[in-house]
Design a binder for this molecule. Structure first.
Ligand SMILES: NC(=O)C1=CN([C@@H]2O[C@H](COP(=O)(O)OP(=O)(O)OC[C@H]3O[C@@H](n4cnc5c(N)ncnc54)[C@H](OP(=O)(O)O)[C@@H]3O)[C@@H](O)[C@H]2O)C=CC1
Ligand SMILES: O=C(O)[C@@H]1CCC=N1
Length: 265
């Protein structure tokens, strides 16, 4: 299976690195192009990918074309490759935030385009991603399974209606940044009490990892798990109440509200 990437930034690299690490693809199956030669050529060399001369060249060579550019340039890029798209008719997999399948087909001037919209997160790079997918009407079941299978190999997947993609961005696309911030805040607290930053960060990250696994495996709700840790009159409930006094839950929900609102604009 030949994969093409238009855009070679953080998200494209996370997907490619994850798929290569899982031995799902090899570098020679990947065609890549981005805005600056200096950016994609060195990466292609490092990973053994095929650097292309243009975005259309990517479309010419690939059966599945990933669109991994920022929303603001996405429509211009699709206009640029529309002729080659109509000629070759590969599957387009767009990870562009806030751009619907209908808008992507419009930008391609190609109503018959086979388009899958996805929302991955950066943790696909280490095989622990969370990716939402939605197939456009022209995509066959086999094509959708092939793409889903790629993301199943580098994390978990869920099929989702496009109307829910904004919520998903908040919960999984953007949320790694929020969790990193939480870990860093815990780590800084450790430093405040005299631990070195590396050790404090490792301790905080392992505590978050174990807690996330526990939530996934437990039959109890997260709130019941909170109660299990809070010994009566103990340290945890004291910390928890102080966090809520400073608006922890409200702050998280407000942050996700802002993410959803931004995606909908
Ligand atoms: N980062 C994340 O965690 C996530 C991002 N997304 C979405 O993925 C998309 C990519 O994001 P991200 O990788 O973070 O962004 P980056 O800014 O890291 O990468 C954007 C890429 O687009 C390339 N590019 C810009 N203009 C063109 C063009 N005209 N033709 C071809 N390539 C072009 C850039 O090229 P060059 O490198 O040469 O400058 C760069 O490689 C966005 O739509 C984002 O919303 C979705 C989920 C998570
Ligand atoms: O910040 C952004 O817009 C992108 C979408 C999800 C993660 N990064």
């Amino acid at each position: 299976m030949k994969l093409g990437f238009i855009g070679a930034g953080n998200m494209a690299r996370a997907i490619i690195n994850g798929l290569i690490a899982e031995q799902k693809i090899s570098g020679e199956d990947v065609y890549i192009h981005s805005a600056h030669k200096s950016s994609y050529e060195s990466y292609a060399k490092e990973k053994g990918l095929n650097p292309c001369e243009s975005n259309s060249d990517v479309v010419k060579n690939a059966e599945i074309v990933f669109l991994a550019v920022k929303p603001i340039v996405s429509k211009d890029v699709l206009e640029e490759v529309s002729t080659e798209f109509e000629r070759k008719n590969p599957v387009l997999v767009s990870m562009v935030t806030g751009v619907s399948i209908a808008e992507l087909a419009d930008a391609l001037h190609f109503p018959a385009a086979k388009i899958i919209r996805i929302m991955p997160n950066v943790n696909v790079e280490i095989g622990e991603g969370m990716t939402a997918l939605k197939a456009g009407k022209k995509v066959t079941e086999t094509e959708f399974s092939e793409v889903t299978d790629l993301f199943d190999s580098i994390g978990k997947t869920t099929e989702m209606e496009e109307k829910d993609f904004s919520t998903f961005v908040a919960l999984a696309g953007s949320s790694p940044a929020y969790v990193y911030l939480f870990i860093d805040a815990m780590s800084r607290s450790g430093v405040k009490y005299g631990l070195n930053k590396r050790q404090a960060t490792e301790i905080a990250a392992q505590a978050v990892l174990g807690s996330a696994l526990k939530v996934l495996e437990a039959s109890k709700s997260p709130m019941d798990l909170v109660d299990d840790v809070c010994s009566p009159g103990g340290t945890t409930v004291a910390g928890l109440l102080a966090m809520e006094e400073y608006g922890f839950t409200t702050s998280v929900i407000k942050g996700l509200d802002a993410t959803v609102d931004k995606d909908k604009k």
